[in-house]
Write a protein that binds this ligand. Structure first.
Ligand code: FES
Ligand code: MG
Length: 570
């Protein structure tokens, strides 16, 4: 039996006195000795009035507590930071590492024998997995689940691919103020996470693929009773983990095989490019490096199988009805390592073997009949991206995947915001839009600014896509021919800093290259100027810590001191 309140006693005098004191205080909440002498399951509460994606957290906590108690352990709920995509300035990504640090330390500081981490909005599950991977306590995850779809004039609406689509139509003058206001009421029709294959859905599915949450917990809708039953069962499993001295930690579950299974699923499901950054941060916590070459190789051999927006047509509830993650894993069984363990004791192979096919479903395709013949994410290199860049080719325009065009450079997010809609902007449909100083250090926090809008004057002419490149990220719900995460970033001496408006940029996705087309002597001369340019540093607080210690995108934009020591020793 684990030790409940006895765990991690701080010493106020002798150990007996410490326990006496601890019990005396907690009894103020009305607990009995019988309750307090049981193994303790911590439950992280990420509810916030600012976070509609976590709107069902109170109900999930109640169900989780029920499961914990039915299995004979004692649940203790504690608060952590809550981050929503739209209410986190300057960007939610800037706060991900803070949440990871805070969650890790609260798990470590408080007496618990296992922990349930409930999260959903984009940065939350990544931060929680990073935290748990760095802590010694067994953990199980409970995604909050995707929201319901909305409806408008006979069309289904899903946040937030359709947010972009309708805003694009409004910018182009295709719909009026009244209609865009009506759409605004309908886009997020319930609590829960974005219902397309954006970052939240991708990370929830990957949590399931990598064995960290119960089967079907990645995709069950936020508002359905199945989600609540999954919470209860999560509580039971957490109690078992708390009672078992030999229970696996996240570190034991996240084997290299589990992470590779995650990459397979990421390619097959049309997952978000943000997952690449988060997986790199998570693997960094394990003393591993994310194998970008393997990610790219998998993208060449595994086609896009899942028909969800933004790469396809449908929404998470259809994915769930079609069998969800277990069915997806069955479709790519040949690439999956079935021996990978899970937090609930079965192997991933056993989950796949138990899949009963959903008759007639068309959402999860087979390898023989994929949705698109190409994988989701390609990894690019070239003189503009010495440490790599990514493109979500499944959501890009086919005719732009090989493209050479004239660079139109924006020096920062502010510069882009000021000039992109100007009628004086010298820009043409076959130009390449370049945004820099929007990476981890440059912005800071690597905002989702990589989805540069089509300049208004071109949008009015009907231009729907252009090649856009940056050191930023983009929302997993976005689409277009967009090269992201260029590393190193401009603000860290990367070559994106030397591009000038009028230069030619060559994109070759098939050849996995992104290059600035200038001669080498000129390239080198310009690079010398860049390296010597000092960048302004914040003088205090988290902003100072962030800029001094954040790593580049290829290392997950984690803080260097939070990675595993084994990686340091590499
Ligand atoms: Fe929270 Fe999309 S805004 S998941
Ligand atoms: Mg998002």
């Amino acid at each position: 039996m684990s030790n409940g309140l006895r765990r991690k006693l701080t010493s106020y005098g002798d150990q007996g006195f410490s326990l006496f004191l601890r019990k005396a205080f907690i009894k103020a909440m009305g607990y009995s000795d019988d309750a307090l002498d049981r193994p303790i399951v911590g439950i992280a509460n990420t509810y916030s009035d600012f976070n509609p994606c976590h709107g069902n957290v109170p109900q999930l906590i109640e169900a989780t507590k029920r499961g914990v108690m039915l299995a004979g352990a004692m649940p203790m709920v504690f608060p952590t930071i809550s981050i929503h995509e739209s209410f986190a300035s300057p960007t939610s990504m800037y706060l991900r590492n803070l949440m990871a640090m805070e969650t890790e330390e609260m798990i470590r500081a408080q007496p618990m024998d296992a922990v349930v981490l409930i999260g959903g909005c984009d940065k939350t599950l990544p931060a929680q997995i990073m935290a748990a991977a760095s802590s010694e306590i067994p953990a199980i995850f409970l995604p909050t689940g995707p929201m319901a779809v909305g409806h408008h004039k006979g069309e289904r609406l899903g946040a937030c691919t359709d947010c972009r689509r309708f805003w694009g139509r409004f910018r182009a003058g295709e719909i009026d103020e009244a209609e865009i206001a009506e759409v605004n009421n309908k886009l997020a029709s319930s609590i829960g996470t974005c219902t397309v294959m954006g970052t939240a859905s991708t990370m929830a599915n990957l949590t399931e693929v990598m064995g960290l949450c119960l089967p079907r917990a990645g995709s069950a809708p936020a508002v359905e009773s199945e989600r609540v039953r999954l919470a209860e069962e999560t509580g039971r499993v957490a109690a078992r983990l708390a009672m078992d001295e030999a229970a696996p930690t996240v570190r034991d579950i996240l084997t290299p095989q589990a992470i590779r299974n995650g990459l397979v699923a990421l390619q097959a499901m049309g997952g978000s490019t943000n997952a690449v950054v988060h997986l790199a941060a998570i693997t960094g916590r394990l003393g591993l490096r994310l194998d970008m070459a393997e990610l790219d190789r998998l993208g060449r051999s595994i086609p896009l199988l899942v028909d969800l927006q933004p790469s396809g047509q449908h929404y998470m509830e259809q994915f769930h009805e079609a069998g969800g993650v277990p069915a997806l894993l069955k479709a790519v069984r040949h690439e999956i390592d079935g021996s990978a363990p899970t937090v609930y004791g079965r192997t991933i192979g056993e989950i796949i073997d138990a899949v009963v096919d959903e008759p007639g479903q068309t959402i999860i395709r087979t390898i023989e009949k994929p949705l698109k013949p190409i994988g989701t994410i390609a990894v690019l290199h070239g003189n503009l991206a010495p440490r790599g860049a990514v493109i979500k080719q499944s959501a890009a325009s086919k005719d732009l995947l090989q493209h050479t065009g004239r660079a139109v450079v924006f020096d920062s997010v502010e510069d882009m915001t000021l000039r992109i809609d100007s009628d004086d902007l010298d820009v043409h449909a076959d130009d390449v839009l370049v945004l820099r100083n929007a990476g981890p250090k440059g912005a800071p926090g690597m905002p989702e600014a990589g989805y540069l809008p089509i300049p208004r004057k071109l949008a009015r002419q009907g231009v729907k896509d252009m090649v856009r490149i940056s050191d930023a990220r983009m929302s997993g719900t976005a689409f277009g021919t967009i090269i992201l995460h260029i590393a190193p970033e401009a603000a860290d001496g990367g070559p994106l800093a030397i591009v000038r408006t009028g230069d030619r940029i060559r994109l070759d996705v098939e050849g996995r290259r992104i290059d600035l087309d200038i001669d080498q002597a000129e390239f080198d001369r310009r690079m010398l100027e860049v390296v010597n340019r000092p960048s302004p540093a914040p003088s205090r607080g988290y902003a100072k810590l962030y800029q001094e210690r954040v790593l580049q995108a290829d290392e997950g934009a984690d803080f260097d001191f939070l990675q595993s020591e084994e990686l340091d020793a590499r």
